[in-house]
Design a protein around this ligand. Structure first.
Ligand code: 5RP
Length: 294
């Protein structure tokens, strides 16, 4: 019987003992079916176990945000350097050439806007269309603690159920509304709930204090969103710390496409994610590429 009596905060995250991968390279994925594992292996590089997802789905509630006014001009030149493209079906069909062979993580929730309550989302894509588009993952927000928490959880559960039927993983995105906490306690709660419900991997935000416990307490891979635009070196340092503390990659948007040199920045982020390049070296790499690209 679930109750709220005597809820004790987790203490032993076994930070000195990595999770047992049970024969598959990704945490928590050993017991999935072949198709699901195959799609996860296209999202996460089997050599490093990590991924650089390029997120440009922001328009689904923000409209033509800075850097995404013309996706054909700003985003398509970056695609070769990403492991995965994360976008809506509208942009995929309208802008991304079908000859693209990068795996797609499809934004499948919507129904809100920056003018309304963010947590009030619905599933905005039918599974048939996701299959028709050949996507490698479906994504929806979970808004833990928000006004429409239950509805957002229901959305993700439906995606997990339908996606699992067809071997398509679900990425649960921990949404943060205007007044929601952004600390390890909150993200530890939200990411764990998403994984317990069956999400195949989870997107969260990096926090300076306690991220290691957020990652250790989540039994499936975590990727971090970049969040608001930071100076390039700071964004690279954030990515480094997240990977070093247990994240399996990034799902980064603004810190790449709003950079002064987006093509250089995405390559520097990939250096951090896949080669664990230290922030100073990765930043120098960014500067060198930026200079070379003119
Ligand atoms: C929008 C999203 C974005 O994909 C996510 O926030 C990543 O983008 P950014 O790095 O710009 O935060 O989920 O709701």
């Amino acid at each position: 019987m679930a109750d709220l009596d005597d809820i004790r905060e987790g203490k032993d995250f076994g930070l000195d003992r990595p999770a047992d991968l049970q024969g598959f390279f990704l945490k928590g994925a050993a017991n999935h079916d072949w198709g699901l594992k195959n799609r996860l292996s296209r999202i996460f590089n089997p050599k490093t176990g990590r991924t650089v997802m390029l997120a440009f789905d922001h328009g689904y509630f923000q409209g033509p945000a800075t850097g995404l006014e013309r996706i054909d001009l700003s985003i398509l030149p970056l695609c070769d350097y990403a492991d995965v493209l994360m976008c809506t079906r509208g942009v995929l069909r309208a802008t991304v050439p079908p000859s693209n062979t990068k795996p797609v993580a499809l934004r499948c929730s919507g129904g809100n806007s920056i003018l309304s309550e963010l947590s009030n989302e619905t599933i905005a894509v039918d599974i048939e269309d996701a299959i028709r588009l050949g996507v490698c993952a479906m994504a929806a927000q979970v808004y833990i603690g928000a006004e429409f928490e239950h509805k957002s959880i229901t959305n993700v559960v439906k995606l997990i159920d339908t996606g699992t039927r067809y071997g398509i993983p679900t990425l649960a995105v921990t949404g943060v509304g205007k007044d929601m906490a952004r600390d390890a306690k909150y993200f530890g709660l939200a990411t764990r709930i998403a994984a317990e419900l069956g999400a195949h991997y989870v997107k969260t935000y990096f926090v300076e204090e306690g991220f290691e416990k957020v990652a250790a307490g989540c039994p499936v891979p975590l990727v971090i969103a970049g969040g608001k635009k930071l100076p390039e070196r700071d964004a690279l340092e954030m990515a480094y710390k997240a990977i070093d503390q247990g994240a399996a990659g990034v799902d980064m948007g603004r810190n790449i496409f709003q950079s002064d040199a987006p093509v250089a920045m995405i390559q520097a982020v990939a250096k951090v994610v896949h080669d664990l390049e230290k922030p100073d070296q990765a930043y120098q790499y960014y500067l060198d590429l930026k200079a070379a690209q003119g």
